[in-house]
Each structure stands twice: as structure tokens, then as C-alpha cells.
Design a protein around this ligand. Sequence first.
Ligand SMILES: N[C@@H](CCC(=O)N[C@@H](CS)C(=O)NCC(=O)O)C(=O)O
Length: 217
Amino acid sequence: MITLFGNLESGNVHKVAMLFHRLEIPYRRVDVAQPRGEPRHPAFLAVNPIGKVPAVMRDDGDVLTESGAILYHFAQGTALWPDSLRERTEVLRWMFFEQYSHEPALAVMRYLRLFADGPEKYKDRLEELRPRAYHALSVLDRQLDQWKFVVAAKPTIADYALYPYTAWSVESGVALDDFPNILRWLRQLEDEPRFLPLLKDGAAEVVTFARYFDLPA
Ligand SMILES: N[C@@H](CCC(=O)N[C@@H](CS)C(=O)NCC(=O)O)C(=O)O
């Protein structure tokens, strides 16, 4: 069975879990949590030298990392990866936007507010990131004014890439009231078949970090 390394609180991990759930791909999850520093543990670095989750190990031992690359890999041959070159280019465009302009603001703000030690320490950093998060959401909202889903009338992996940290915007400290198209789009995606809600575990089995890597608990 495929192994997904990561924790439920990570939006980058949730993108992959959402895709596996939608495509009915069974997987076990090894709990690797950033607040416990586990992505930088030597045992995990042997799996993903980048030191970040998600990582996915296939049955043959091959490891895939980077959420966008994992989505791309498993969406091949499904309707979530469109046929035309032009649409594929748009899907990649929005996935790169997510990684460079959206996630680095929203995910970092959420991490500092919820998981970092003493969020007061990060007040300046949070203030610096706020306009970037707001800008990224404004851009996404304008795109969703033209399209039902991010690049088309049907969802693609770009929607899955953008869902978790957009849906968690309030936890990042940015309300979505100014973004009516985003609010509509979130509900639409949630109404899609086999939608996996945030923080819900879709894994067939969960293994602790210590047990998987044979470390003292
Ligand atoms: N570009 C990566 C980002 C992954 C990422 O930042 N993961 C975080 C959790 S959401 C992590 O593992 N951080 C651990 C660390 O930086 O120490 C992806 O999309 O997979």
C-alpha cells in the first residue's frame, strides 16, 4: 500500500490526502509533524532530503515529494489533469502561483499563529505577510469570477492545490468576507464527490513516527 508521510494539520499534506480520497487510492499515513521537528529528523531526511512533508512512498520504494508534483503524478489519466496543452498550462500556472504567491503567505501566517512558540514574537512578520496574503486571495477571487473552478468548468489538481490554505484563511488571520467568489468555490469543491474535509483522516492505517522508523517512543 502507498505510504503518505505527513500530519493532518498540514495543508500541503491535505492536498495529497484529498486527491487519494477522491481517486479511491488506499494509503497508510506515517504521522510526521512539523511542530515536533520530525521533518528534519535524520530518519525522515533519508526519505525526503528536503526535510518537508508531504512525501509519498510507492510500493516499489520510489519516493515522490513536493505536493504539486505528487498531485501531477497521481492525476495522470483522470479528469483532474485536462487533455489540452492550453488547459494543462493553466493548471500549472495556478499551481505555481499557489507555491510562490499564496502558500508562502497564508501557510506561514497560519503556522506562526497556531503552532509557533509565542505568536506575539512574530507580530512584525505577520503584518508583513498580511498584504501578500490579501493580494493572493484577491487574484484568486478575480480568477473565480470568470470560471466555476480555478481553470475550467470542472475541477483540476489546481483546485486541490489551492483548497487547503484558502479554506484555512481565517486561521491565518484573513477573513474571506471580501472574496465572494472564493466562498462560492470552496462550497462547490466541498460538494464534489468523495470530498475529504480538512483535518479528516482518509488513511486506511496510521503509523506513528517512532514505530515506522523504529525509534524509542
Ligand atoms: N513546497 C512544499 C512545501 C512543503 C512544506 O512546507 N511542508 C511543511 C509542512 S506544511 C514542512 O514539512 N515543514 C517542515 C520544515 O520546514 O521543517 C510542498 O508543496 O510539498
